[in-house]
Design a protein around this ligand. Structure first.
Ligand code: NAI
Length: 719
């Protein structure tokens, strides 16, 4: 796992060999330890160069080892022994030096990178900190502010930036190994103490406290409730205040706390869930590795509203030519302007020219005759979409795919009006479509595996995190969201304020509470959907809306707000008040307090105090409960898929893993008990009734989430 060779007569070349990225597994650490000791003993050897096989230095720790007990030599003393070695040690960084890989390099006396290398300490993104001396050596090398920025964000830097920051001593145009060997030969005999970062004094400066406090405030704001970024700041602060050995103790204590917190497990779970999301499978056995995707060179986008614009931008940025269609010249012109401006801004930021030549704006469907695939993004109206779908069939090639960006309409019903049901799938983007990472690929009953594979591959090409889901109202994300929204508005009826609910959710880790999000998306959107589904209309009294519809509890508060023209940010008033239409800063609105009080009085509701705990339990467990139903219905293939959807599409905090992971972490029996409790109190809310799958999993002894899939398979036959 580490190859030893003597080269150029006096250099020991130690090559890490653990493809694909030479992760520091137990065997690699043992290999390094033995090789270093051999190099130090060999009198012919005057200097040591470390490199990685296949031009990749080292991608860091082996994450798979985190869950088991550690074996093999620990990394901290290993790096110390390299740094303490009495021969110059040089890291030759090619490809990647990440996490433990960079910490290993920081233990060396010199570092050389080639131009293509990237370096970083991404531990924070896994809920950890760089605990092999990274938080103590990096600040001693590049100073507190730069180290804080790199360690708290986990950002990767290029070789050139690493040189400017002082992380590496040299950037080589060609082979970093060659350059490292030359450097090693040139420094033989020079004193090593000045190169040993652990011997440097703490990097205290008069403004250190201010810098650390500002970093702390920033990370708390950026990742609410996440412990790792806070611990990173505390560890770097120790590097400024304490001698190295004390700083290392602090680093270890902080790491132990993170390991025990549960957040690191959640973030590592999220990491693997994200990696596996693209590995889709359909109930008929077709899956990602036995189905070929079609090549997509030309695409059509129908409708250049909020979503169509972002979709067109994403496609063009990936080099796909786009024919963009609108209904009239005015809409077309405004869409064109918006798309062009977005592409220009992006190109300017990246210092390239905007790929405007890939775009055709037109009112004519005939221009679509050569496209490989169309994404429809017209209003959320079944009849309109059906009309568009049948019009498309008249002009498209027989083998072109038709995709819909509907947020929840029945994909099968749409496919049924076409001459190509197997070639119809949903591609559900999230707003803004060129920014949000999530893409739900919705397969209908007759969608072909090839169509699913093509949509998934296209999603990946435009850099989305894609999850394949089955067809049902709202698919996975919006089907669950509805129940989460319901709980939030019920709590307003019962005594909470939008501020209280949002604050509880934000403290839990959501970037924004549900009422702020609703104001941002526009309250009128849901209002229109409810009207279309007959929940509001001539048969329902608009002046005195009842609290009971279609056989269950109904909260008319959002409808009543819309009746007052309070659509959210766009009208300057929603659940909150805004300085002007379109402004973003939400302020409490005393009118809403009065409105809620009047409402409760009218319906004889005695308000009660609702705790943050109740807010979280009712929102999070309602989400998970519906997630279990979605698994029962085979709409999602795994709990991981549901969690990825919530992490990337709905702002669920990553350090909580996702609603399904959260339920498993809290304990399925606790979730069951709480749902039973809330359902007893609210028998008119059927969605709070614990799902059959949850009950069965608890009866089976609450298996860990990684085992649910096999339990679900077994349980399905009994359900
Ligand atoms: P929008 O109202 O902003 O834009 C719709 C556009 O379609 C308008 O510009 C309209 O002129 C155009 N259009 C209507 N009929 C057309 C036709 N026959 N041919 C060509 N263009 C036509 O709507 P938005 O928000 O972009 O939504 C579009 C679709 O995306 C809907 O199905 C919606 O449910 C879905 N969606 C919306 C999200 C959002 O947050 N806005 C998120 C995810 C999906």
């Amino acid at each position: 796992m580490a190859r030893y060779a003597r080269v150029k007569g006096s250099i020991a070349l130690i090559t890490l060999t653990n493809p694909p990225v030479n992760a520091l597994s137990a065997a690699v650490r043992r290999g390094i330890m033995e090789s270093v000791s051999r190099a130090l003993k060999d009198e012919q050897v005057k200097a040591v160069v470390f490199c990685g096989e296949n031009e990749k230095f080292c991608g860091g720790a082996d994450i798979k080892e985190f869950s088991g007990s550690m074996s093999g030599p620990p990394l901290v003393p290993l790096i110390h022994s390299i740094e303490a070695g009495e021969k110059p040690m040089v890291a030759a960084i090619e490809g990647v030096a990440l996490g433990g890989g960079l910490e290993l390099a920081l233990g060396c006396h010199y570092r050389v990178a080639n131009t293509k290398a990237c370096l970083g300490l991404p531990e924070v993104t896994l809920g950890l900190l760089p605990a092999a001396g990274g938080t103590q050596r990096l600040p001693r090398l590049i100073g507190i502010p730069a180290a804080l920025e790199l360690i708290t964000t986990g950002r990767h830097v290029s070789a050139q930036e690493a040189l400017q920051l002082g992380i590496v001593d040299q950037v080589a145009q060609g082979s970093a190994v060659q350059a490292a060997m030359e450097l090693a030969l040139s420094v033989i005999g020079q004193p090593l103490n000045p190169r040993r970062l652990s011997l440097r004094a703490p990097v205290w400066a008069p403004d250190v406290d201010g810098v650390c406090d500002a970093a702390l405030a920033q990370v708390k704001q950026r990742s609410r409730g996440a412990m790792a970024p806070v611990a990173c700041v505390q560890a770097v602060r120790a590097a400024a205040m304490l001698p190295y050995s004390k700083g290392m103790e602090r680093e270890r204590q902080l790491m132990d706390t993170l390991f025990r917190s549960g957040q690191a497990q959640a973030m590592q779970y999220a990491f693997f869930a994200q990696r596996n999301a693209g590995k889709w499978s359909l109930p008929n056995g077709s899956q990602w590795n036995n189905t070929r995707a079609r090549d997509v060179q030309r695409a059509g986008v129908i409708g250049l509203g909020t979503m169509g614009r972002g979709i067109a931008v994403s496609l063009v940025k990936a080099g796909i030519s786009v024919v963009a269609i609108e209904t009239d010249a005015k809409q077309l012109e405004s869409g064109k302007k918006a798309v062009t401006a977005m592409l220009q801004r992006d190109a300017q930021r990246r210092g390239v020219s905007p790929p405007l030549h890939l775009l055709t704006f037109t009112l004519s469907f005939h221009q679509l005759r050569d496209v490989d695939l169309v994404i429809e993004a017209v209003f959320e109206d079944m009849n309109l979409k059906k009309r568009v779908f049948s019009d498309l069939c008249k002009v498209l090639r027989a083998n072109s795919l038709i995709c819909t960006n509907t947020s929840g309409l029945n994909v099968d019903e749409l496919a049924a009006v076409t001459d190509r049901q197997p070639l119809v799938v949903g591609m559900h983007f999230f707003a803004p479509a060129h920014v949000m990472k999530l893409l739900e690929v919705v397969y209908g009953a007759r969608s072909s595996p090839e169509a699913v594979a093509t949509a998934m591959a296209l999603g990946k090409r435009i850099e989305k995190v894609c999850v394949a889901v089955g067809n049902c109202s709202g698919f996975v994300g919006n089907r669950m969201l509805k129940l989460y929204l319901d709980q939030s508005v019920y709590m307003l009826e019962e005594g909470a304020t939008p501020e209280q609910v949002d604050q509880a959710l934000e403290e839990f880790g959501f970037a924004m509470g549900i009422f702020k999000v609703s104001d941002l998306s526009g309250l009128d959107v849901g209002w229109r959907v409810r009207k279309a589904s007959g929940l509001i209309g001539p048969d329902v009294d608009p002046v005195k809306p009842s609290r009971w519809r279609l056989g269950r509890r109904y909260c008319p508060l959002p409808d009543m707000l819309c009746q007052q023209g309070r659509f959210g940010q766009k009208t300057g008033r929603g659940w909150y008040l805004y300085d002007s239409p379109g402004s973003k800063e939400a302020k409490s609105d005393p009118e809403i307090q009065t409105f809620l009080e009047d409402y409760r009085r009218k319906y004889g509701i005695i308000p009660r105090r609702i705790t943050s705990q109740e807010v979280i339990e009712r929102c999070a467990f309602a989400l998970a409960n519906e997630g279990f139903r979605i698994l029962e219905d085979r709409i999602a293939a795994s709990p991981e898929d549901i969690d990825v959807i919530y992490l990337f599409g709905y702002g669920w905090p990553r350090h909580r893993g996702g609603p399904m992971f959260y339920a498993s972490q809290v304990g399925l029996s606790v979730v069951l008990e709480k749902l039973e409790h809330y359902h007893r109190i609210h028998p008119d809310v059927p969605s709070l009734e614990p799902s059959r799958l949850l009950r069965r999993l608890v009866a089976e002894g609450s298996p860990p989430i990684q085992q649910w899939k096999s339990h679900i398979k077994n349980l399905r036959s009994h359900l």
